[in-house]
Write a protein that binds this ligand. Sequence first.
Ligand code: ATP
Ligand code: ZN
Length: 211
Amino acid sequence: MKLRIAIQKSGRLHDDSIKLLKECGIDINNGVNKLKTEASNFPLEVFFLRDDDIPQYVEDGVADIGIVGENVIIEKGRTVSIAEKLGFGKCRLSLAVPKTVEYNGVQDMDKLRIATSYPVILQQFLDEHKISAEIHEISGSVEIAPGIGLADAICDLVSSGSTLFMNGLKEVQVILKSEAALISNSSLTPEQDALLQKLLFRIQAVKKAKN
Ligand code: ATP
Ligand code: ZN
């Protein structure tokens, strides 16, 4: 029996996910363009997927565990357990407006058009603040939406803020803070859970060594 882990195929979480497994002493031969691979010294099978698909694969039990941003876990609303926060992939989901626009608080978003790839989290935030805005869901390059007249504001992931700055935008409100997390299927078998615990023990040791 092998534990199956889903990690991002390419993108911001890929390298750190591989690095974490390596630091846990797990050797995987990570060939280019491979969809899956196996560890040579741990009963682990690694699937390379788009990050958006990872919560569903873990919920469905196609993978037993996965590494994905908390932002994606929440947006997808899948029922998975968060086994451990991993300390990388740190970012925030924030509202941003053109830098010339005055912002005095969330109420300023009322009646505006907001472009985002995170409609679920944004809608929940707006509902909590009793704001009605028009959400325009777009899958990428959200930061160009105000410049091309598609939206008045955006809700997007930010880390340094340089992308916003380059597009003449300013961050005005943090909606969610996020980092990468190890998620697991909610009904692992005892054997799978034992392997997960073994992996978690190593991850925690790696984290401790860094502090
Ligand atoms: P995929 O091709 O797998 O769908 P993607 O383009 O959706 O990739 P990436 O841009 O690689 O995703 O981001 C993956 C995750 O990295 C995000 O969901 C988030 O958790 C985290 N992240 C950290 N900093 C940032 C940032 N500045 N912008 C976007 N994502 C960030
Ligand atoms: Zn994605």
